[in-house]
Design a binder for this molecule. Structure first.
Ligand SMILES: NC(=O)c1ccc[n+]([C@@H]2O[C@H](COP(=O)([O-])OP(=O)(O)OC[C@H]3O[C@@H](n4cnc5c(N)ncnc54)[C@H](OP(=O)(O)O)[C@@H]3O)[C@@H](O)[C@H]2O)c1
Length: 266
């Protein structure tokens, strides 16, 4: 197998942690995001091949696909770029926020998947050629980072719920459409993860408000999510983990977060 993976949203949080974890396990990585300085630092640290690209821009994504093909191809894709904007009710939220969430979480995922599928297929054919035909080592993997917000609605979730439900649906459609090809389509839906920027962006830079969800609770870290994410790619290639739901123990549903120490009942 090529063991070369494209990770979008690699300039922070789960994406950056995933690039680090893939690199630790010997994968070659292509790190994609809009902030060049962050990608350069990650490239210097991990050996990742950095590509500056806004996943919502089709022309930039076409360039990304050309660059991935020209620099060694790929057999794996992580659609991780995404995020939330706002916690207002449906009634009081802003269409602009909804459009931006849909653009990055759904259209961006579609753009990158559509542009990279031919590159993944080229990788499969090349590997099968060298490995002696079907049954050889040519396989590809796609994993979409959705969220438990794509599986259960909550008040104030509005546009983010809608976008992640859509990303979940697109993942299921894709798996059906690729049936018969040696391409697995996986989904990772995390619950509460404390990353540096996710909630801060959601609450428009309000540092105090960004702390609230993580108070008196041990959330997941980006590194913990990355270990599970990369673990899905490390399974034998015919093993397809359709949907991985990952939460901290203290969070038993989107509505139930136990704050304070966890203790065995008497
Ligand atoms: N943190 C959580 O609690 C949580 C829970 C469940 C699911 N998730 C999902 O997990 C994924 C990663 O979340 P995170 O917590 O790691 O968030 P994060 O730290 O805010 O990272 C988001 C990444 O997406 C990139 N990005 C945003 N818009 C982009 C665009 N138009 N084109 C290319 N890259 C773009 C950002 O980089 P640039 O700004 O440099 O482009 C950044 O690297 C997201 O899809 C998020 O919805 C997060």
């Amino acid at each position: 197998m090529l063991r070369r993976v494209v990770v979008t949203g690699a300039s922070s949080g789960i994406g950056a942690a995933s690039v680090r974890r893939f690199a630790e396990l010997g994968w070659r990585t292509v790190a994609v995001a809009r902030r060049a300085d962050r990608l350069a630092a990650l490239a210097a640290e991990t050996g990742a091949y950095p590509v500056v690209c806004d996943v919502t821009d089709e022309a930039q994504v076409a360039d990304l696909a050309r660059e991935v093909a020209a620099s060694g191809g790929a057999d794996a894709l992580v659609n991780n770029a995404g995020g939330a904007l706002g916690v207002e009710s449906v009634e009081h939220s802003r269409n602009d926020d909804w459009r931006r969430m849909f653009e990055v979480n759904v259209i961006g995922l579609r753009n990158v998947t559509a542009a990279l599928l031919p590159v993944l297929r080229d990788g499969i054919r090349a590997e099968r050629g060298t490995a002696g035909g079907p049954g050889g080592h040519g396989w590809a993997s796609i994993l979409n980072l959705t969220s438990t917000a794509g599986l259960a609605a909550y008040p104030g979730g509005g546009g983010y719920n809608a976008a992640k439900y859509a990303a979940h649906a697109v993942t299921e459609v894709l798996r059906l459409e690729l049936a018969g090809e040696p391409i697995r389509v996986m989904e990772l839906a995390p619950g509460l993860v404390h990353t540096e920027e996710f909630t801060l962006n959601r609450v428009r830079g309000d540092v105090e408000a960004a702390r609230t969800p993580y108070e008196n609770v041990t959330p997941l870290t980006a590194e913990e999510v990355a270990r599970v994410l990369v673990g899905a790619f490390e399974q034998p290639p015919h093993v397809n983990q359709d949907l991985i739901v990952l939460r901290p123990v203290a969070q038993s549903s989107v509505f139930h977060v136990h704050r304070g120490p966890l203790e065995a009942k008497p």
